[in-house]
Design a binder for this molecule. Structure first.
Ligand SMILES: C[S@@+](CC[C@H](N)C(=O)[O-])C[C@H]1O[C@@H](n2cnc3c(N)ncnc32)[C@H](O)[C@@H]1O
Length: 172
Protein backbone atom coordinates (compact mmCIF):
# COMPACT_ATOMS: atom_id res chain seq x y z
CA UNK A 1 0.00 0.00 0.00
CA UNK A 2 1.43 3.43 -0.89
CA UNK A 3 -0.46 5.30 1.86
CA UNK A 4 1.15 5.07 5.34
CA UNK A 5 -0.94 3.55 8.12
CA UNK A 6 -2.47 6.24 10.30
CA UNK A 7 -3.45 5.48 13.87
CA UNK A 8 -5.99 7.59 15.69
CA UNK A 9 -5.81 7.94 19.45
CA UNK A 10 -8.64 6.61 21.57
CA UNK A 11 -9.43 8.23 24.87
CA UNK A 12 -9.71 4.83 26.60
CA UNK A 13 -6.09 4.04 25.69
CA UNK A 14 -4.69 7.12 27.43
CA UNK A 15 -2.98 6.52 30.77
CA UNK A 16 -4.82 9.54 32.24
CA UNK A 17 -8.27 8.23 31.26
CA UNK A 18 -10.22 7.66 34.50
CA UNK A 19 -11.52 4.12 34.97
CA UNK A 20 -15.16 5.26 35.18
CA UNK A 21 -14.86 6.78 31.69
CA UNK A 22 -13.08 3.72 30.32
CA UNK A 23 -15.86 1.50 31.70
CA UNK A 24 -18.49 3.79 30.25
CA UNK A 25 -16.82 3.49 26.83
CA UNK A 26 -16.73 -0.33 27.14
CA UNK A 27 -20.39 -0.40 28.17
CA UNK A 28 -21.47 1.86 25.29
CA UNK A 29 -19.80 -0.49 22.79
CA UNK A 30 -21.67 -3.46 24.24
CA UNK A 31 -24.92 -1.53 23.80
CA UNK A 32 -24.01 -0.94 20.15
CA UNK A 33 -23.41 -4.66 19.60
CA UNK A 34 -26.95 -5.31 20.76
CA UNK A 35 -28.66 -2.43 18.99
CA UNK A 36 -31.41 -3.42 16.56
CA UNK A 37 -32.62 -0.86 14.06
CA UNK A 38 -35.96 -2.06 12.68
CA UNK A 39 -36.16 -1.91 8.89
CA UNK A 40 -32.43 -1.32 8.54
CA UNK A 41 -30.47 -4.14 10.21
CA UNK A 42 -31.04 -7.89 10.20
CA UNK A 43 -30.89 -8.53 13.94
CA UNK A 44 -28.08 -6.95 15.92
CA UNK A 45 -24.37 -6.98 15.14
CA UNK A 46 -24.02 -9.57 17.90
CA UNK A 47 -26.42 -11.96 16.17
CA UNK A 48 -24.53 -11.45 12.92
CA UNK A 49 -21.32 -12.33 14.77
CA UNK A 50 -22.92 -15.68 15.72
CA UNK A 51 -23.18 -16.60 12.04
CA UNK A 52 -19.49 -15.78 11.54
CA UNK A 53 -18.45 -18.04 14.44
CA UNK A 54 -20.73 -20.87 13.28
CA UNK A 55 -19.52 -20.57 9.71
CA UNK A 56 -15.81 -20.68 10.52
CA UNK A 57 -15.46 -23.06 13.49
CA UNK A 58 -16.21 -26.71 13.01
CA UNK A 59 -17.09 -28.90 16.00
CA UNK A 60 -17.87 -25.89 18.19
CA UNK A 61 -18.32 -28.00 21.34
CA UNK A 62 -14.61 -28.78 21.32
CA UNK A 63 -13.72 -25.08 21.77
CA UNK A 64 -13.33 -22.65 24.62
CA UNK A 65 -13.78 -19.14 23.26
CA UNK A 66 -11.62 -16.51 24.91
CA UNK A 67 -12.86 -12.94 24.38
CA UNK A 68 -9.46 -11.44 25.00
CA UNK A 69 -10.29 -7.70 24.84
CA UNK A 70 -13.80 -8.21 26.18
CA UNK A 71 -14.62 -4.68 27.37
CA UNK A 72 -18.05 -4.89 28.97
CA UNK A 73 -18.79 -8.19 27.19
CA UNK A 74 -19.37 -6.98 23.64
CA UNK A 75 -21.23 -9.66 21.65
CA UNK A 76 -20.18 -12.56 23.90
CA UNK A 77 -23.38 -12.93 25.99
CA UNK A 78 -25.39 -13.16 22.76
CA UNK A 79 -22.86 -15.53 21.18
CA UNK A 80 -23.15 -17.76 24.24
CA UNK A 81 -26.92 -17.90 24.36
CA UNK A 82 -27.50 -18.27 20.59
CA UNK A 83 -24.73 -20.77 19.89
CA UNK A 84 -25.39 -22.91 22.94
CA UNK A 85 -29.16 -22.94 22.35
CA UNK A 86 -28.47 -24.48 18.94
CA UNK A 87 -25.89 -26.94 20.28
CA UNK A 88 -28.25 -28.01 23.05
CA UNK A 89 -31.03 -28.68 20.52
CA UNK A 90 -28.57 -30.95 18.68
CA UNK A 91 -27.68 -32.77 21.93
CA UNK A 92 -24.13 -31.35 21.92
CA UNK A 93 -21.97 -29.98 24.74
CA UNK A 94 -22.12 -26.19 25.30
CA UNK A 95 -19.20 -23.94 24.39
CA UNK A 96 -17.45 -22.26 27.31
CA UNK A 97 -16.72 -18.53 26.99
CA UNK A 98 -14.08 -16.63 28.98
CA UNK A 99 -13.88 -12.83 29.23
CA UNK A 100 -10.56 -11.10 29.79
CA UNK A 101 -9.17 -7.60 29.24
CA UNK A 102 -6.27 -5.37 30.16
CA UNK A 103 -8.89 -3.33 32.07
CA UNK A 104 -11.33 -5.93 33.45
CA UNK A 105 -14.91 -4.75 33.81
CA UNK A 106 -15.65 -6.79 36.97
CA UNK A 107 -19.09 -5.40 37.61
CA UNK A 108 -20.49 -6.23 34.16
CA UNK A 109 -18.67 -9.55 33.91
CA UNK A 110 -19.92 -10.71 37.27
CA UNK A 111 -23.48 -9.77 36.25
CA UNK A 112 -23.13 -11.71 32.97
CA UNK A 113 -21.59 -14.83 34.50
CA UNK A 114 -24.27 -14.98 37.22
CA UNK A 115 -26.92 -15.11 34.48
CA UNK A 116 -25.00 -17.28 32.02
CA UNK A 117 -23.25 -20.28 33.51
CA UNK A 118 -21.12 -20.90 30.40
CA UNK A 119 -19.49 -17.47 30.71
CA UNK A 120 -16.64 -17.01 33.18
CA UNK A 121 -14.00 -14.33 33.45
CA UNK A 122 -10.40 -13.72 34.44
CA UNK A 123 -10.27 -11.31 37.37
CA UNK A 124 -6.71 -10.13 36.81
CA UNK A 125 -5.59 -7.90 33.98
CA UNK A 126 -4.63 -9.93 30.89
CA UNK A 127 -2.51 -8.29 28.22
CA UNK A 128 -3.38 -9.71 24.81
CA UNK A 129 0.28 -9.30 23.86
CA UNK A 130 1.34 -12.00 26.31
CA UNK A 131 -1.73 -14.08 27.07
CA UNK A 132 -1.33 -17.59 28.45
CA UNK A 133 -3.57 -20.42 27.26
CA UNK A 134 -6.80 -20.60 29.29
CA UNK A 135 -8.67 -23.55 27.75
CA UNK A 136 -8.93 -26.65 29.93
CA UNK A 137 -6.83 -29.67 28.97
CA UNK A 138 -8.22 -31.41 25.91
CA UNK A 139 -10.16 -28.35 24.74
CA UNK A 140 -9.25 -26.16 21.80
CA UNK A 141 -8.93 -22.40 22.33
CA UNK A 142 -10.29 -19.78 19.94
CA UNK A 143 -9.56 -16.13 20.72
CA UNK A 144 -11.89 -13.45 19.52
CA UNK A 145 -10.72 -9.86 18.97
CA UNK A 146 -13.92 -7.90 18.67
CA UNK A 147 -13.28 -4.37 17.37
CA UNK A 148 -9.98 -4.04 19.21
CA UNK A 149 -7.13 -4.59 16.77
CA UNK A 150 -6.88 -0.87 16.03
CA UNK A 151 -5.59 -0.38 19.60
CA UNK A 152 -2.34 -2.10 18.79
CA UNK A 153 0.72 -0.63 17.16
CA UNK A 154 2.10 -2.71 14.28
CA UNK A 155 4.79 -4.45 16.40
CA UNK A 156 2.25 -5.30 19.11
CA UNK A 157 -0.22 -6.60 16.54
CA UNK A 158 2.48 -8.84 15.09
CA UNK A 159 3.33 -10.09 18.62
CA UNK A 160 -0.34 -10.79 19.35
CA UNK A 161 -0.74 -12.81 16.18
CA UNK A 162 2.46 -14.73 16.98
CA UNK A 163 1.22 -15.40 20.53
CA UNK A 164 -2.07 -16.64 19.09
CA UNK A 165 -0.48 -19.01 16.67
CA UNK A 166 1.77 -20.38 19.44
CA UNK A 167 -0.76 -20.62 22.29
CA UNK A 168 -4.21 -20.94 20.72
CA UNK A 169 -5.86 -23.07 18.05
CA UNK A 170 -7.88 -20.41 16.24
CA UNK A 171 -8.62 -16.69 16.27
CA UNK A 172 -11.07 -14.35 14.66
C1 LIG B 1 -12.83 -0.94 21.43
S1 LIG B 1 -12.89 -1.84 22.98
C2 LIG B 1 -13.74 -3.32 22.47
C3 LIG B 1 -14.41 -4.01 23.63
C4 LIG B 1 -15.23 -5.25 23.23
N1 LIG B 1 -14.43 -6.24 22.56
C5 LIG B 1 -16.40 -4.87 22.36
O1 LIG B 1 -16.42 -5.29 21.21
O2 LIG B 1 -17.30 -4.17 22.85
C6 LIG B 1 -11.23 -2.41 23.10
C7 LIG B 1 -10.91 -3.16 24.37
O3 LIG B 1 -9.56 -3.62 24.27
C8 LIG B 1 -8.97 -3.53 25.54
N2 LIG B 1 -7.53 -3.54 25.36
C9 LIG B 1 -6.73 -2.55 24.85
N3 LIG B 1 -5.45 -2.96 24.84
C10 LIG B 1 -5.45 -4.24 25.32
C11 LIG B 1 -4.42 -5.21 25.54
N4 LIG B 1 -3.13 -4.95 25.28
N5 LIG B 1 -4.76 -6.42 26.06
C12 LIG B 1 -6.04 -6.71 26.35
N6 LIG B 1 -7.06 -5.82 26.16
C13 LIG B 1 -6.76 -4.61 25.65
C14 LIG B 1 -9.55 -2.25 26.12
O4 LIG B 1 -9.48 -2.23 27.53
C15 LIG B 1 -11.00 -2.30 25.62
O5 LIG B 1 -11.85 -2.91 26.55
Amino acid sequence: MSWPRSQLLEIGDQTWCPSWLHQHEQFSLTRLWNLKVPGWSRGSLATQACSVVEEHLQDLSSYTILDICAGAGGPTPVLESEINKKLESEGKKPVQFILSDLYPHHEEWSRISKKQQNVTYIENRVDARAAPRFAAKGMKECRIFNICFHHFADEDAAGILKNNIESADAFM
